[in-house]
Design a protein around this ligand. Structure first.
Ligand code: PLP
Length: 398
């Protein structure tokens, strides 16, 4: 007999929970794509997207997931045979590197493992050694969704500047945008990519490339760019359809409008960052109290505020994930990048998403369900996890 009768919650690190308001905004007949409401509404998205990204530069929208944004960023700024440097801190930097390799770009990686952030010192040394300036771009993720590490973007920028290296700085904010503080312009990010289905709370299917004027200037030399992926007409359209290289993703755009109303107009991006930080700290407090589990990233300053990777010595994580999904109505994330399914270690990792549409009832519901699962499974786990989490939430002041 299962207790699982009620509203379920998806707490995997993307897609995230879609607010009912966003779903309802999408529930409408197809709009005219040549004139009328859709055209004005779409134009209104860009200023709010730029507020979320903290940039005054260019934004291009793609009907694609995050992988599409990776490819778009590369296509507009690189040529076949160019060399790039990718900082790997989990799974997703490597994914971007693989995309680049597939496009004929020469990729060098600096791998920092599954439990650490990218070391600015090592980046600086590598760039100083590149006297001929062969490296055209430095690529990193802000939050690696597999390890849940958060890279220090301003420190990495400083390392590039310290090496006096002209490489463009690319940052993947697919997991972090709208959750972790990000200030594209102030932090000196040249190209930033994100998707709509995580912090932006919209069903998967749209992604975004933000690029500054330095990156725009590089495009004329990039021989990988093709008509469809070209960011210029998307960011500077003379006709509506050019923003999407064809038919607009009509309903996604209405959904995104509602999500941006909630995030930018109603809550405010700084308040959203503060909320995510408090929610993340509540999760960490609970996990630290469960003595059968531990946090993958030991230094709190290096942890994502959008997702937390949790580990156990044995198969506790896998059993707990299974119980929560089938008995508790809570779907937690699988481990990524540690062990493959069926290998030893597969059941020793889980991930808790705390990105996007999240308040205390959802967060305490998730943590309370996990606590219940540990009890039901007879896994010794200590006591006080929920007290520890609620004490953090109680101290929130934005
Ligand atoms: C989710 C994610 C991706 C991949 O996005 P898709 O939409 O699945 O293609 C890339 N990078 C990071 C950091 C992510 O969290």
């Amino acid at each position: 007999m299962s207790l699982n009768f009620g509203r379920t919650q998806l707490s995997i690190p993307g897609p995230s929970v879609i607010p009912d308001r966003v779903l309802n905004a999408m529930h409408r007949p197809s709009p005219n794509i040549y004139e009328g409401e859709l055209i004005d509404m779409t134009a209104s998205l860009y200023p709010d997207l730029k507020t979320v990204a903290q940039t005054s530069h260019n934004a291009a929208i793609y009907i694609a997931n995050g992988h599409g944004a990776w490819e778009a960023a590369l296509a507009n700024s690189c040529s076949r045979g160019d060399k790039i440097l990718v900082l790997v801190t989990g799974r997703f930097g490597q994914g971007w590197a693989d995309t680049a390799k597939g496009m004929g770009i020469e990729v060098e990686t600096l791998d920092f493992g599954m439990q650490d952030d990218a070391d600015p010192q090592k980046l600086c040394e590598r760039l100083k050694a590149d006297r001929a300036h062969e490296i055209k771009g430095v690529f990193t993720v802000q939050t690696d969704t597999a390890s849940s590490v958060q890279n220090n973007i301003p420190a990495l920028r400083k390392a590039i500047d310290e090496a006096r290296h002209p490489a463009l700085f690319y940052v993947d904010c697919i997991a972090s945008l709208g959750c972790d503080r990000h200030e594209m312009d102030a932090w000196g990010v040249d190209i930033m990519v994100t998707g709509c289905q995580k912090g932006l709370m919209t069903p998967a299917g749209m992604s975004f490339v933000f690029y500054n004027d330095k990156a725009a200037a590089v495009q004329s030399k990039a021989d990988l760019v093709t008509n469809y992926w070209d960011w210029h007409p998307r960011a500077n359209p003379e006709r509506f359809y050019q923003q999407f290289g064809g038919t607009a993703p009509t309903h996604h755009l209405f959904g995104l409008r509602e999500a941006l109303d909630m995030l930018v107009k109603e809550e405010g991006i700084k308040q959203a960052w503060a909320r995510h930080e408090t929610c993340a700290r509540a999760v960490w407090a609970a996990v630290e109290s469960w003595n059968c589990l531990r946090l993958n990233i030991s230094d709190p300053a290096k942890r994502s505020h959008a997702v937390t990777t949790v580990r156990s010595d044995g198969d506790e994580c896998g059993r707990l994930r299974h119980w929560c999904e089938h008995q508790g109505g809570l779907t937690l994330g699988i481990g990524l990048g540690f062990a493959e399914k069926g290998e030893p270690g597969w059941d020793s990792v889980l991930r808790i998403a705390h990105m996007g549409h999240l308040n205390p009832v959802m967060l305490m519901g998730a943590l309370g369900t996990m606590d219940t699962g540990l009890k039901a499974l007879g896994i010794p786990h200590g006591s006080g996890a929920l007290d520890a989490a609620s004490a953090v939430l109680a101290q929130h002041h934005a």
